[in-house]
Design a protein around this ligand. Structure first.
Ligand code: FES
Length: 146
């Protein structure tokens, strides 16, 4: 299995690992298939993401994609953050092997869950954001695990 240099970099030196006290929004999702769990914290001010952190019991690809996803959402509005899809994250990482695509969904869904939490707490609607699920196993049409 080949990983790009960017994936290796974000795996070896992940950005934004950690927890946050009093986050504006926090979301946790898991994938029952691989047993991995991802938690994303967001610090949002005036609708703009000031900081993002993540914690994962996940594989290397989950670490790398969450590292990149949290980097990409910083400075974006909550609406713009929806454009940070797993595809966008994979592109920014120069790709992932097909059997690892689901790991990037873990990052995207945890990010969405954190945005949802923020929206709920503040009584706002983020257009296009769907209610998160705890287990993303059946959410995406993904290739089978190797
Ligand atoms: Fe589960 Fe990568 S194998 S997130």
């Amino acid at each position: 299995m080949e990983y790009s240099e960017k994936v290796m970099d974000h795996f070896m030196n992940p950005r934004n690992v950690g927890e946050m006290e009093n986050p504006s929004g926090v979301g946790t999702v898991g994938n029952a298939k691989c047993g991995d769990i991802m938690k994303v914290y967001l610090d949002i001010e005036n609708g703009v993401i000031k900081d993002a952190k993540f914690k994962t019991f996940g594989c290397g690809a989950a670490v790398a994609t969450s590292s990149m996803a949290t980097e990409l959402v910083k400075g974006k509005s909550v609406q713009e953050a929806l454009e940070v899809t797993n595809k966008a994250v994979m592109e920014a990482l120069d790709g992932l092997p097909p059997v690892k695509v689901h790991c990037s969904c873990l990052a995207e869904e945890a990010l969405h869950a954190a945005l949802w939490d923020y929206a709920q707490k503040n009584g706002i609607v983020i257009e296009g954001l769907k209610e998160p699920v705890d287990d993303i196993e059946h959410l995406h049409d993904l290739p089978e695990e190797a």
